[in-house]
Design a binder for this molecule. Structure first.
Ligand code: GLU
Length: 469
């Protein structure tokens, strides 16, 4: 089996969305499943949009999902630094190499000139591409302008007539022509590395063997391969994964709702649910049960990744959430339900409360609703419940009250005696008892709920119904 060294290279411009999280998870699963290494690199060269708060928030989101890294900005490692803004020294060496071999040249074109050039090309029906104006400047002119302090970007001189091919692990054989690629900027006029450059050089320097990223980066790859070849660096393999689309087939965006990892966490999704969901999004996993992350890694296969768009499916996410809730132990669920529930439920009831309601939970707010049901006194009765019970005879609840006085919170015994005295059974017995005691048609096993409701509250609830007849 191939050992994969993978990386995740987010730009800290905001929270991680579901697509980023999936890329990170796939990369991590491939590294962990093959006994490889997983590197975290922060691509923070866009100083206006990136900031430290976003870096920290992204790391926190990844940790929450269960992803760890062998090398990264916080843990260090042999290929650091792991923030691109700190890698100026490394980049300088490569710029100089490319300059010395004539494979890079300073470009003095202003933004306005470049925009005018692109406009003219568009009008002429040609694809916008750098004309190569500065590629042909005489050496003494270049030196004179640099000496005069004129700002210059650095461009890579793309070879002519070259075919660039690679075998994408997801999308198969790829072929590009260098003549379709204009000379591109590798160092911006402000001195910062351009994306193509920093990304390609870092992958080589960090000994990444497989780059897993969204297919929106596919068209960048030939430029990056050209750079790696020019610098005589090893080329990583590439796996361009399909993008996540919304249920309407368009790329997942804010329009489809909030899909940052943080939003899902705030909504109460469990990390294991999100990880299991993502690991099946565009990946035909041979296992269909809830798996912990190490086991997911064992069953994650590069050749089972799909080329078609991965459709976000809320129902699937909820399916995994249901399984993750079922698998969680009670202290975890108790913590997950949060302070609103902790205020209502006495600590001494915590374990029994979780046990009683866990099958009826999907999100923490469900826990809150059940806590209100159990602990509210009096229990508010909505008109729908009142209407639902109008067919019941008032005596029914008098029988139930007598049974409660005898049997306490033993629901089976209470129901049995009530049924005998009121001469009802089945639904005609259990439905009014549940409605009166919980205000709801359906819910957890009454045998588990009634001890939490307690005899006192149960009596007041039944009395309210007895007198409402
Ligand atoms: N910083 C880039 C992004 O967030 C990384 C692209 C890549 O993974 O190569 O899109």
């Amino acid at each position: 089996m191939t050992t994969h060294v993978t990386r995740f290279a987010p730009s800290p411009t905001g929270r991680l969305h579901l697509g980023n999280a999936r890329t990170a998870l796939f990369s991590w699963l491939l590294a962990r499943g093959s006994g490889g290494r997983f590197v975290l690199r922060v691509e923070d060269t866009d100083r206006e949009r990136c900031d430290e708060a976003h870096v920290q928030a992204q790391l926190e989101d990844l940790r929450w999902l269960g992803i760890d890294w062998d090398e990264g900005p916080d843990v260090g490692g042999p290929h650091g630094p792991y923030r691109q803004t700190e890698r100026g020294e490394q980049y300088r060496v490569d710029y100089n190499r490319l300059l010395a071999s004539g494979l890079a040249y300073p470009c003095f074109c202003s933004d306005d000139e470049l925009a005018a050039e692109r406009r003219a090309q568009r009008l002429a029906g040609r694809p916008p591409r750098y004309s190569g104006r500065c590629a042909r400047l005489a050496l003494d002119e270049v030196e004179r302008r640099l000496a005069a302090g004129e700002a210059a970007a650095l461009r890579f001189r793309v070879p002519t007539g070259v075919e660039i091919t690679f075998d994408d692990a997801v999308r198969g054989a790829q072929r590009f022509l260098s003549d379709d690629i204009g000379d591109f900027v590798i160092r911006r006029r402000d001195g910062g590395p351009a994306f193509f450059f920093g990304n390609a050089v870092d992958d080589a320097d960090m000994a990444i063997s497989l780059v897993v990223r969204g297919e929106d980066h596919l068209a960048n790859t030939p430029r990056q391969l050209l750079l790696q070849q020019a610098l005589e660096r090893p080329e990583p393999g590439y796996a361009h994964i399909s993008l996540i689309v919304g249920e309407d087939g368009s790329p997942l965006s804010k329009r489809h709702g909030s899909f940052s990892l943080h939003d899902l966490r705030e909504a109460g999704f469990l990390p294991l649910a999100v990880a299991n969901y993502l690991a099946r999004l565009g990946h035909a996993c041979e296992r269909h049960d809830l798996l912990d992350l190490p086991t997911l890694a064992q069953h994650f296969q590069l050749d089972r990744l799909s080329r078609s768009p991965a459709r976000h499916d809320e129902a699937q996410l909820l399916h995994w959430q249901r399984l993750a809730v079922a698998a969680a132990d009670w202290p975890a669920l108790w913590a997950w339900m949060g302070p609103a529930v902790h205020r209502l439920v006495p600590d001494s009831d915590a374990e029994a409360f979780v046990a009683a309601v866990r099958e009826n939970l999907l999100l923490p707010q469900d826990g809150l609703a059940w806590a209100q049901t159990v602990y509210s006194d009096p229990l508010p009765i909505d008109s729908a419940t009142r209407d639902a019970l109008t067919v019941e005879a008032g005596d029914f609840f008098l029988h139930a009250l007598r049974a409660l006085a005898v049997h306490g919170t033993d629901f089976a015994a209470l129901a049995k005696q009530t049924g005998q005295e009121a001469e009802v059974r089945g639904k005609a017995l259990y439905r009014p008892l549940r409605l009166a005691l919980t205000g709801r048609e359906h819910g957890p096993d009454m045998g588990a709920l009634l001890p939490l409701i307690t005899v006192e509250r149960a009596r007041r609830r039944l009395e309210a119904w007895a007198s409402a007849r």
